[in-house]
Design a protein around this ligand. Structure first.
Ligand code: FDA
Length: 309
């Protein structure tokens, strides 16, 4: 219920405005967001690389509505790749197709995605496509297929809560792609997605076993200890070499588990979000764990007792 309430609040401009105005200034958004600028994200990435964690940079934002905005975003993705290269960081970038015009021109969006993947490949780097709401799944898959056929290192996120995902995995298998398995972060109706955590977890476990069967490069992206244990057991049983898979976690979440995974010798990539459009992303992270709301409330209360600059 609290999750629904947070989703509802995230649509209220008066609420998101207060959070957006204060979050970075008073620091509570920094728990999940590396900062508002690319420099902030690079500084966080350097720190993570020092701890032997690769990164995937994500420039926050969703759903642009003009070709000019899509062009700007695609240029910013390319700048991110070049910055990673210049700083010799171990990292790639994660892109959202609705930031590249998917809502109004799928052809234009595909052309940008291709251009970014080509640029990444020329630097020996890669791109991962995030998966957004279910309205975009099919279009995202088709664009991914076209781009990945040309640039084999391109990855795609797939969502365990969708009924269709097991079929999508079989459809993608001939491409031998990198697939990032996530539970799914959007609110979807029962007609397209399972609703209970136990059902999502059951799907996740089955899909993880499939992705670890040798036909894919799997990225097991979760902070759920039961899912991590399940994947680690399969990796052990099937004696899968450490360079044939990776784990992924989100910046600022379960840093204890991040250290544990690295300590056990598994490859780990941290998804590092940054940018000024951080509010919707931040609200999704809040909705995943009600305890995070207490953290915000504590910060806002502390702030009201602090002298304002
Ligand atoms: P679950 O939600 O069951 O959480 C398990 C445990 O993890 C919790 O008990 C808690 O300890 C910890 N935890 C989880 N979320 C937390 C939070 N916000 N704050 C504090 N602790 C938290 N989704 C999507 O739809 N499309 C995408 O492209 C991506 N991409 C992506 C990349 C990466 C690297 C990750 C790790 C996740 C995504 N996601 C995503 C998000 C994903 O769908 C999901 O919403 C979150 O990962 C939370 O699910 P968990 O698997 O962690 O399990």
């Amino acid at each position: 219920m609290l999750r629904n309430a947070i989703f509802w609040l995230s649509t209220k401009k008066s609420v998101t405005r207060v959070i957006a105005e204060r979050g970075m200034r008073y620091g509570f958004a920094r728990r999940f967001i590396a900062g508002e600028s690319l420099e902030d994200a690079l500084a966080a990435s350097k720190e993570l690389n020092r701890e032997s964690r690769a990164v995937s940079l994500n420039h926050l934002g969703e759903n642009v509505s003009t070709a000019g905005q899509a062009r700007q975003v695609s240029e910013s993705y390319i700048s991110m790749l070049r910055a990673l290269d210049r700083e010799t960081l171990d990292g790639n970038i994660s892109i959202k197709l609705t930031q590249l015009g998917l809502d109004f021109d799928a052809g234009l969006c595909q052309a940008y995605a291709r251009e970014i993947a080509a640029d990444a490949a020329a630097m020996g780097r890669s791109v991962e496509m995030d998966m957004e709401g279910a309205a975009y799944t099919e279009k995202t898959l088709s664009i991914f297929e076209a781009v990945q056929r040309e640039f084999a290192d391109t990855g795609l996120a797939i969502q365990a809560y969708l009924h269709r995902t097991a079929d999508d995995v079989e459809r993608l298998a001939p491409l031998k792609p990198k697939l990032r398995l996530v539970k799914g972060a959007y609110r979807e109706p029962p007609s397209v997605a399972v609703q209970k955590k136990s059902q999502v977890d059951e799907n996740y476990a089955k899909l993880a076993a499939t992705l670890l069967d040798g036909r894919f490069f799997p990225a097991i992206a979760t902070h759920d200890v039961a899912m991590l244990d399940h994947a680690r057991a399969i990796i052990r049983e099937r004696k899968i070499p450490a360079d044939k898979y990776e784990f992924q976690m989100i910046y600022g979440i379960r840093r204890d588990l991040q250290a544990q995974i690295r300590g056990q010798g598994h490859a780990l990539r941290i998804y590092v979000p940054f940018g000024t459009e951080w509010c919707p992303y931040f609200m999704r992270r809040l909705s995943e764990r009600p305890a995070n709301c207490l953290f915000i409330v504590r910060n806002l209360v502390a702030e009201s007792f602090r002298p304002h600059p």
